[in-house]
Design a protein around this ligand. Structure first.
Ligand code: MG
Ligand code: ZN
Length: 361
């Protein structure tokens, strides 16, 4: 009896201590998020993040996330994933073969979190600095065993009720081998189709398809400007109108391309740009209070090692071992209600499963 009393008092003392911490940055720990913003830095390993951190003089927005973890990235048929299988894991919770887009290794269609969110009445969006038909965004909306089939991927955009998509890839909708005009089809489906974000009159636009380049978006050094942070802000303004909540995937697509080029300047420019978009998402989530932000990567690219740098000057030097993707774990950062579920080492498919559980799907 006496021991039970001691335990009871210990419980009284310890319980408030255990629950006083607020690692997810949310007010109420028990309430699941209404909105999830999944941000993917393609090819973003810890060295890429640290190069960006150095270039911003230790002022990276990603560092505002209180929770971090690591993600295993291998695909169904390869120790080293590609972006198609990587995106499929995040979008569907299933491993598939490299080059596949949300179909199983046997070719069966795998439903994506974006499609399931639509069925539950949530708003959905995709933003990328590649073409919107490229592997990473495609994994959330399209189904094909050939990621190169970008005109087929464009057709799949008309099979969902996605509310907002912003990226390159105009020609996959407008200048097709089958001579279908998907721009007209999008308009028939109620989309405002924009070639420039400046043309978007937000109060009047309910559904937005912004196709800002014929193919891939230009890299930062070629004048992409503030497209990704601006697109992030605009998409969130449209999606937040849905009272049931929303799911959006936002990709910094070209960190990967800097890795393939073994070009550290390219990586730093794209990394800092992606981080500005993360800043917009975290600002939104901080005000909103019901939004989970997850920042992670599909794989590392280039085998980048940081060989020197200066935090004051914001300069960094590096060395690459490889021109392609590597198998190393990638970092994950989380902020908001549910963030605490994302610590430790997890599989890329677990990121999907945790999001699905938090949405109650
Ligand atoms: Mg990508
Ligand atoms: Zn790549």
């Amino acid at each position: 009896m006496k021991r039970n009393l001691v335990s009871f008092f210990l419980l009284l003392v310890i319980t408030p201590i255990l629950f006083a911490g607020d690692p997810g940055g949310s007010k109420k720990k028990t309430k699941p998020p209404k909105n999830i913003i999944l941000m993917i830095g393609d090819g973003m390993g810890t060295a890429q993040v640290y190069a960006g951190l150095t270039a911003t003089h230790d002022k990276l927005n990603i560092a505002r996330c209180p929770i971090s973890g690591f993600v295993k990235t291998f695909s169904a048929d390869n120790y080293i994933t590609d972006s198609g299988a990587g995106s499929t894991a995040f979008a569907t919770g299933h491993k598939t073969n490299n080059g596949y887009i949300s179909v199983s290794p046997a070719g069966d269609k795998l439903p994506t979190i974006l499609e399931i969110a639509e069925k539950h009445g949530l708003a959905t969006g995709l933003v990328a600095t590649s073409s919107i038909t490229h592997a990473t965004p495609a994994g959330f909306i399209a189904h094909t065993s050939n990621r190169g089939n970008m005109e087929d991927i464009a057709l799949d955009f008309l099979k969902t009720d996605i509310d907002v998509f912003i990226g390159g890839g105009y020609n996959d909708f407008a200048l097709r081998k089958d001579s279908l005009n998907l721009i007209d089809s999008l308009r028939t489906h109620g989309y405002f189709v924009a070639r420039d974000l400046k043309d978007v009159d937000l109060p009047l636009v309910t559904r937005l398809g912004a196709l800002l380049a014929a193919g891939q978006m230009p890299r930062m050094a070629a004048g992409r400007g503030n497209m990704l942070p601006d697109a992030t802000e605009m998409a969130l303004k449209i999606l937040k109108r849905n009272k049931k909540g929303f799911f959006i995937m936002i990709e910094g697509s070209q960190i990967d391309w800097g890795g393939h080029d073994n070009n550290l300047d390219y990586i730093v420019e794209e990394m800092v740009d992606f981080d500005k978009a993360v800043g917009k998402a975290l600002d939104f989530a901080g005000k909103n209070g019901e939004t989970l932000v997850i920042v992670t990567a599909d794989h590392e690219t280039g085998g980048l090692a940081i060989t020197g740098g200066d935090m004051q000057k914001g300069t960094v030097t590096g060395s690459f071992v490889y021109k392609d993707h590597t198998g190393v774990m990638v970092p994950l950062f989380a902020y908001g209600p549910g963030a605490e579920k994302f610590s430790g080492i997890m599989d890329n498919t677990d990121v999907n499963k945790k999001c699905m559980a938090l949405f109650g799907f």
